[in-house]
Design a protein around this ligand. Structure first.
Ligand code: TNX
Length: 705
């Protein structure tokens, strides 16, 4: 083992060195004349990445995948890669187990140093081939996702394409920031079939997500068959939000096992959630003894939250609930190899007493613990006594953070604190960054906006270590050493068109996949990078460039993504002329919705509403007027440096004429007729807009979207 290990290192070094040294004339002369290739657009951004000199690797029909192990999981990564490549290349790339690296090969070496961690890897490519090295199969799988992104976008196609399959010469060394990087599907409000879940697993795994949280039960449906309680699915699975009459809107044990094993083949762990004591109408409608009057409730297909609660008012009913949970949680735990059982705990009705809540958490945690599982739940669980090592999922937002340190801290903050005191670990899912069911902006057909509109930039620009801190980043409620990762949650309460209102008979309901892809792409890749890449390695302007290059990959893969504004998607021609949002520091130029003359302009959370829509009209001198869609009035500098920008009825004043200049990073400066720059005072809601000398401030750099 030691020897072959050493030989292998030599082989890698040889590949790299040859790549560096090989004086192939064609490559050198091309390098001398052609502009340098842009660095490959990798998401998540690796920890370190270096372009090598020399030639690219070209995958051909004779390339082999050489796995330096006979272990099943490791060979499985080779087979996975071969099957993936077959679709677009049409090649059947042979997978062989061997003890040495070879040329014209993709070498998968699981014998790398332990220091790489379970998910870390290195990848070196050159003319001779590609070597991915990791400490075990999982790291190889993550590295293979990187290799996928080094190949041309067409490799994502499901049908054979004719073209050269090249990998640029690079050296990458990588490992994740966090060990828990999750996605959640709300299969309760909207049922996802097994193939739909598998498709989402593939998409999430391609961005190195490693946990799949299935929200299996809620008011609107119960989605997992429990042998001992057939009514749970016979009755409880017949509904979903807005719909009745389902006969197969649930997973049989076989279905669930199929999901678990498919996820495992993509190195994702399934986290099943059985929500309670609220969000339980589907159970209350199926099992009479869970209700205080021992009568089954009606099924629910509505759109509210906080409407239901297990009966926890007396010993008898606490016993009923406990034995129900024992049966359910044992059945689910038996089918789940992963360490976690998520028992919900969110949004109980207002009159729920602390005793009732505690009785639920005790019943749920006792049985989860008895099954050898780690308890997971929404942060509300912190208010009750938790077993050691529990995992909380924090979903507070900016308005909660504002209350930190005040006499009356919000519940979300108080409960998170109590979880922290009990030494729980945390997964961060702040609703105003990580909720994939929030609309991007006013024009998003699906989803909700109770937390915030979440444009791509907002899903990207946050740091888990300050997601529960005061707005200035201090006083974090959840300390960094108790954070294990992040999760992107795709709720499905409102998975229909026109979702700002309740649905009607005429409402169009997209397929679960159509909904999932539109809401997740491009935000899932953004959140994947939040979980994987060190904070210091992340930058929005750099990310949006890389993200744009993934559009063609999604098109090739048939992913129905949202071509969000503000991302320089290839093939789209950018014009300043026309209607735009104008964004700096993640906030948009906003006229406060005012129609009056003289109103001062501000920055506000982007929503692409008419108050934030500005029509740029080119003047004969090359400058532009900026006309607001709500008021029909033009942005005007009211005076010299430091004075406010206001809106005024269109006039011939030079103060309404703005010069728009590209900065070279995709953003613009917007300059008044007196040579002063449009400037935001701070990246906060309500911040003033003035004209200022060029100070180099990032709030003088505008994205015209
Ligand atoms: C709140 S956040 C919920 C869900 C809804 C979601 C909609 C949380 C733990 N519970 O029941 O689906 O908002 O955005």
């Amino acid at each position: 083992m030691r020897l072959s290990h050493l030989r292998l290192h030599l082989a890698i070094a040889a590949v790299a060195a040859t790549a560096l040294a090989s004086p192939v004339t064609a490559a050198v002369s091309r390098a001398a004349t052609a502009p340098p290739e842009p660095p490959p657009a990798l998401i998540p951004q690796p920890v370190s990445q270096k372009a090598l000199e020399g030639q690219e690797f070209t995958l051909t029909s004779s390339t082999r995948i050489v796995v330096l192990s006979e272990e099943q999981a490791t060979v499985g990564v080779g087979t996975y890669l071969s099957e993936f490549l077959a679709h677009a290349t049409g090649y059947s790339v042979q997978v062989v187990s061997d003890t040495e690296a070879q040329e014209n090969a993709i070498v998968l070496d699981p014998n790398g140093s332990k220091e790489l961690g379970a998910e870390g890897y290195t990848l070196t490519s050159g003319k001779q081939g590609v070597v991915v090295e990791a400490h075990g199969a999982e790291g190889l799988f993550r590295g293979v996702q990187t290799l996928r992104q080094l190949l041309p976008a067409a490799v994502e196609s499901r049908t054979p394409q004719t073209r050269a399959w090249t990998v640029p010469p690079v050296e990458i060394s990588d490992a994740p920031r966090y060990g828990y990087r999750g996605v959640m599907l709300d299969v309760a409000r909207r049922f996802f079939t097994v193939p739909q879940v598998k498709r989402y697993i593939d998409q999430a795994a391609s961005y190195k997500m490693n946990m799949l949280h299935l929200h299996l039960t809620d008011d609107q449906g119960w989605r997992i068959a429990i042998d001992e309680i057939p009514d749970l699915t016979k009755k409880g699975a017949s509904t979903q939000s807005g719909h009745t009459g389902g006969t197969d809107w649930y997973y049989t044990a076989e279905d669930y096992k199929e999901i678990v094993s498919y996820a495992k083949s993509r190195f994702m762990t399934v986290v099943p959630e059985i929500d309670g004591p609220g969000h339980t109408q589907s159970a209350l409608a199926s099992v009479p003894g869970l209700n205080c009057d021992d009568k089954a409730k009606d099924l629910y297909t509505g759109f509210e939250v906080g409407i239901s609660l297990y009966c926890l008012k007396d010993e008898q009913h606490i016993t009923n609930v406990s034995s129900f949970l024992k049966t359910v949680i044992k059945a689910v735990a038996d089918l789940t190899p992963g360490p976690y059982i998520h028992v919900g705990g969110d949004e109980t009705p207002k009159d729920t007493t602390p005793e009732q809540y505690a009785a639920y958490v005790k019943a749920a945690s006792d049985t989860a613990t008895a099954q050898g599982k780690t308890l997971m739940g929404w942060h509300q669980l912190g208010q009750a006594k938790l077993p050691a090592g529990s995992l909380m999922q924090y979903w507070g937002e900016e308005s909660d953070r504002k209350s930190i340190g005040a006499a009356n801290e919000r519940d979300k903050i108080r409960y998170a604190r109590k979880g922290v005191e009990q030494k729980a670990k945390f997964v961060m899912s702040p609703s105003d960054h990580a909720y994939l069911d929030m609309k991007y902006d006013v024009s998003t057909p699906y989803g909700l906006k109770w937390s915030e509109y979440i444009p791509v930039q907002r899903s990207y620009e946050w740091d888990p270590t300050t997601a529960s801190a005061k707005l200035d980043g201090t006083g974090s409620v959840v300390p960094a050493d108790q954070i294990v990762g992040v999760e992107a949650t795709l709720w499905a309460d409102r998975a229909y068109e026109g979702s700002s209102a309740l649905p009607t008979k005429a409402t169009r309901w997209p397929s679960a996949t159509e909904y999932a892809e539109y809401m997740s792409f491009p935000r899932l890749p953004a959140l994947a990078e939040v979980g994987w890449t060190p904070q210091a390695g992340r930058d929005w302007k750099n990310f949006r460039q890389r993200l744009a290059q993934h559009g063609p990959r999604w098109t090739a893969a048939g992913i129905g993504y949202h071509p969000a504004p503000g991302i320089p998607w290839p093939g789209t021609v950018k014009t300043v002329e026309g209607a735009h949002s104008v964004v700096t520091g993640g906030k948009a130029l906003d006229n406060r919705g005012s129609t009056s003359d003289g109103t001062t302009m501000i920055l506000y959370a982007p929503n692409r509403g008419s108050n934030q829509t500005w029509t740029f009209t080119k003047q004969s001198d090359g400058t532009y007027t900026l006309t607001n869609k709500t008021s029909g009035k033009c942005a005007q500098a009211s005076g010299g440096a430091g004075t406010a920008v206001v809106q005024r009825t269109r006039n011939s004043d030079a103060a309404q004429r703005w010069r728009v200049t590209e900065r070279g990073d995709g953003d613009y400066t917007i300059t008044s007729s007196s040579g002063l720059l449009l400037t935001g005072a701070s990246a906060t809601n309500g911040a003033a807009i003035t004209v200022q000398e060029d100070t180099g401030s990032p709030l003088q750099s505008w994205s015209i979207e």
